[in-house]
Structures are given as C-alpha cells and as structure tokens.
Design a binder for this molecule. Structure first.
Ligand code: PGA
Length: 256
C-alpha cells in the first residue's frame, strides 16, 4: 500500500512573512489529517520560517532545488547541508522549469538525486514531456530517458527512497490538466519501466505523483486511478483553502 503524498510547490512566491500566514492557515485546516503525507516546498528564504511553524506537526518540508556539491565556490547556489539544517526532509529535483530556464539536464538531476540520498533527503524527481514531444508521439521515450538517465547508477534499494513526479510540461500552470487516463497511462509506463530496470517490488512500492494544474475539482478523479499516488501542486498550493481541499480529497484513497 503506497501512502498518498501531496506536495505544494510554491515556486517563486511568498516572502517569509507571507509564507508564515499561509502555513498558519494550513495548520488550522490540516491539524488532524492522517493517511496522507503532506509536503510544503517554499522558496529557500522561507524554509526556516516555515519549519519553525510546522515542526512537531504532520506537515513536512521540502526545498525546490539544491546543488549537488557539498560546498565551495558556487555563487548563488544552496547545498544539501544548508537545506537539511533548515529542517527539510524532501527536495524537488529536475522540475521542468529548472530544465527549461536554468539548464537542468538529466545529468545534473542524476548528481542531485545521488547527493540527496547521501544526505538522507527524499528527492521528488520530476519527469515529463513537452507539448511538441507529446504531439510527435515521443512521450514514453522522453519519460524513459528522464528516468533512465536521471536515476542511472542507483540501486533498487536507493530508488525505493525516492518519489517520482510525472508532470507533462503542457499541463503545468496552463489550466490544461492531463486527463486521469492520460496520466495513469504514463504512470503505468513508469511503473513497468521500474520493474524492468529493477524489480517488481521497487516498481510497486515507489510513489508516483502527478503534477500539472491539479485543483480541488480534479484531484479525486486523478486519485481514483490505480497508479496515481498523489500530486505535486503548484498554483493551487498557494491558497490554504484549495490546498487543504486537495489534501482532504487525496486522503480518501489513503483511508480505503
Ligand atoms: P501547477 O504546477 O499546479 O501550477 O500546474 C505544478 C508544478 O509545476 O509542480
């Protein structure tokens, strides 16, 4: 049984003060929540503030990116020990916006995932095709490359510690969600791929999230699909009401 996970990727939104307001509102709505893991991923500057407000609660903390080197002359970068000391347990790696605007590649994803595991952080590894790739029938090929190259050299035991997020780029921030069937088809493909590369246990235990315009009104249909274990939520994670509704609805799968 895979426990559902809902992660809120706040992207470049919320100052520490605004983040604190959102967390306070979320805590009021999500205190008694069980049966679903919840992760908040604010910007680096708000990590500590958020951690101080959520510690001891059921809300988990994640960073949106990290550098793979442990320390050194990398101006503007943030290391694993830095995010770990702010209370992070998770880190998003390979988000399509990082790939598109900041030169993230499968190779940098691979380095970051490897380092995350060394530091005992759970990487949420993002994969997914762009619109033109889907239209050319290349969805599975792109996703396979993201996974094979991004996770290359990891053992099956290591892969058990990661979370995969399938995020079709054309569905991110566009209001155009993949249908539950489209998403499930790719999730099924990813699970089969994990089974082929590693084994069935790894495939059946790894959590695969869907991301791309997830909202309170589509989460239930997405979660009803067998291979969808949760969601990486962008826009709808910026409001306490919509994020908590998504969590509440995802929880139903956890309870059953
Ligand atoms: P969205 O973003 O929910 O705003 O589409 C999802 C993501 O980028 O993780």
């Amino acid at each position: 049984m895979r426990k559902p996970l809902i992660a809120g990727n706040w992207k470049m939104n919320k100052t520490p003060r605004e983040a604190a307001e959102l967390v306070q509102a979320l805590k009021d709505k999500l205190t008694e929540i069980d049966g679903v893991d919840i992760v908040l991923a604010p910007s680096f500057t708000a990590l500590e503030t958020v951690y101080n407000l959520i510690k001891g609660s059921k809300l988990g903390l994640g960073a949106q990116d990290v550098h793979w080197e442990e320390k050194g002359a990398y101006t503007g970068e943030v290391s694993f020990s830095m995010i770990k000391e702010t209370g992070c347990q998770y880190v998003i790696i390979g988000h399509s916006e990082r790939r598109q605007y900041f030169g993230e590649t499968n190779e940098t994803v691979r380095r970051k995932v490897k380092a995350a595991l060394k530091f005992d952080l759970t990487p949420i590894v993002c994969v997914g095709e762009r619109l033109e790739e889907r239209e050319k029938g290349k969805t599975f090929q792109v996703v396979e490359n993201h996974i094979k190259e991004g996770l290359a050299t990891l053992s099956g035991e290591a892969v058990l510690k990661i979370v995969i997020a399938y995020e079709p780029v054309w569905a991110i921030g566009t209001g155009r969600t993949a249908t539950p069937q489209q998403a499930n088809e790719v999730h099924t493909f990813i699970r089969q791929l994990l089974s082929d590369i590693y084994n069935r246990d790894v495939a059946s235990q790894t959590r695969i999230l869907y991301g791309g315009s997830v909202k309170p009104d589509n989460i239930s249909a997405l979660m009803a699909e067998q291979e969808i274990d949760g969601a990486l939520v962008g826009g709808a994670s910026l409001e306490a009401q919509s994020f908590s509704e998504i969590v509440q609805r995802a929880k139903i799968k956890g309870v059953n």
